[in-house]
Unconditional design. Sequence first.
Length: 402
Amino acid sequence: MTDAFIYDHVRTPRGRGKRDGSLHEVPAVRLGAKVLEALRERNGLPTAEVDDIIFGCVDPVGEAGSVIPKASAFEAGYDFAAPGMQISRFCASGLDAVNLAAAKVAAGADDLVIAGGVESMSRVGMGMSGGAWIMDPSVGIPAYFMPQGVSADLIATKYGFTRDDVDAYAVESQKRAAAAWSEGRFARSVVPVRDQNGLLILDRDEHMRPGTDMQSLGSLNASFAMMGEMGGYDAVAIQAHPEVEAVEHVHHAGNSSGIVDGAAAVLVGSKAGGEALGLKPRARIRAFASIGSDPALMLTGPVDVTEKLLKRSRMSLSDIDLFELNEAFAAVVLRYMQAFEIDPAAINVNGGAIAMGHPLGATGAMILGTVLDELERQDRQTALVTLCIGAGMGTATIIERV
């Protein structure tokens, strides 16, 4: 098998996923084009040599549908020889795109692949693509379907995380993200979004609230209490986990991931592919895995897939220098740290989606790039990236600097 290397990565800033967000005027196809353009210009890519472009997109409907990476390649002026593929594994789509690229390279099928994802949540709303898991009772009932926020509250209840615990984690995420931006840690990787006249639209994550404290979060009502209690989802949660007597609702907008727009792309290739273009690899994709998990808890997949990945790669937790876990909800990260007794200083060093937002199909590629930059900044060697996924799944990837 051929080693798969990461040669470069870029992302857009994350814009608030609302009509007044800065990136609302930029369709998903154009966000995708921005990161494709950046990779081409930064690396002098002859785009006819790109064997594939794989993008995750969780809601690929309307203007975000019809194989959006190929459409973005047209928009970016890529050679017609560069094909495209659109995939979805809900929130892990961007990371799975990178894993699929690595698999194609490792198999010897491709030498140069661009992988990542895009989501314009202000223009194509979350859940617009529908689906049987959400809409069909014959699927949802045996899967213990419930909104993810209720599932996050079930996790907090089952594993003993209080409202103060989840709020304290959210405050720390905001502090870390603010520090990362103020120290220029994202400067190498974030590409500004400009309009057709070259005027700046956005060059910074705009969802952050660095002044967040425990008092301001304490004033927010739990977001999922009514749907849990009045919608009957608390009963579903208790049916799935009868050891829980009552669901304590602790999550709200301030300790959950933000809805944002954004795109990211990672340049993956073989040694020969990189050498042919004079590129120097930054990291090797050492191993990756996905798994199905408890659909009621739904968001504990990162624990399960980490155990699977470490076993398959014959590694242990002590081999991992840094962890990057998508902050879908605060309890997701708290449970992960609890399960593996991870030092808080080793996980989500630069904050995460609670502070900066979660552009569904792009997030996996974004956090992979973030932790690679952090490995280089700290002169560390190995990182594990993972995300929880709707319907009860988990995806994880281990990278190491070369």
